[in-house]
Design a protein around this ligand. Sequence first.
Ligand code: FEO
Length: 406
Amino acid sequence: MGSPFKALKVAEGIYWVGAIDWSVRDFHGYRTARGTTYNAYLVMGEKITLVDTVKAGFKDELLSRISDIVDPSQIDIIISNHAEMDHSGCLPDLIELARPEKVYASPKGVEALAAHFRGEMDIVAVKDGDEAIISGPDAEGGPLTVRFMQTPLLHWPDSMFSYIPERKALFCQDAFGMHLASAERFAEDIPDWLLEQEAASYFANILLPFSAMLPRLFDKVEKAGMEIALALPDHGPIWGAKFPRILELYRRWAAQAPTAKVVVVYDTMWDSTDAMARALTDGLIASGAQVKVLPLSGSHRSDIATELLDAGALVVGSPTLNGQMFPTVADALCYLKGLKKKNLVGAAFGSYGWSGESIKQVEESLTGMGVELVGSLRTQYVPEDHVLEQCRALGEQVGARITGKS
Ligand code: FEO
């Protein structure tokens, strides 16, 4: 086939052959405002090796980039580091086309791929420390070996890393990735503010629920003695000299240490809950807390999750609509609950017209997330000045709690 899409050499014998998805804006509920990439890598050894594939709709782009280097039918080995469909979507087609000698995945990966594709797949399950020889010691360009390491729940139970010691290259699938479609393939060519913003968003929305086990995985990588000159994730740019920085951020985010930042999330029907939010926020500001206010009329659930990543408090306001919390509030709280953010204090507030069930529902939702409630406040119809004073006082109270002044 022709190759309108070209491969990019990233190291001696290693090529990026993935796809750029400029248009995706929703990634199972996560707003991907800057699109994404599905990265796959071709290793040109004696055994031509493909590391991961791409989302099914991007098969032509993958095949085109591979064809820029070699006929895809010549691939000898395929490694599936992660079974999620954005990386395995083209695996059955590649197996059919290349008839590779070996396909490798973790034991859980073998199970997951069989369950996803509902067919006989001849895949070899590899464990920690198993190796595959890509090139022997006498090969031109020297030997090339792939060493495997299980990294369960980074991001799925099946996830694993593959490492080529001769190139100090770590193929790390979802880890250290980000949803960022860009012309640049290397983190070194992208501004730090953008890398850190999108990496934080990715961590907050994808990896946060698994934070507790991440430090152990990073320790495992370090103990394995892997020198890492290149970290090649399945989304976003490839890390070189900036890798220590993203590793440091991952350790910080995984620790979820409480901070003096508060996120205020609310919606409103007739501006009463909005008025309460504004007074409460004034109290938070006066307390010296760092404040981020996210009205749900213009804030996406995944952007709230990102702001909450380095926060110490979550304050949620909702009107009551037909005996329920406002639907946008329910949506945000349902999403945040799944992400399991730790070490938060919080408060609930809102205006109601008739019966005012929403505040109790928000309180229950927050405590169900493990948020320690500092207080709550509800008022009927339009808040009078004394109610707004109470809102301000609640803000000061939450602020004092997270700034350590109470
Ligand atoms: Fe990018 Fe967990 O898949």
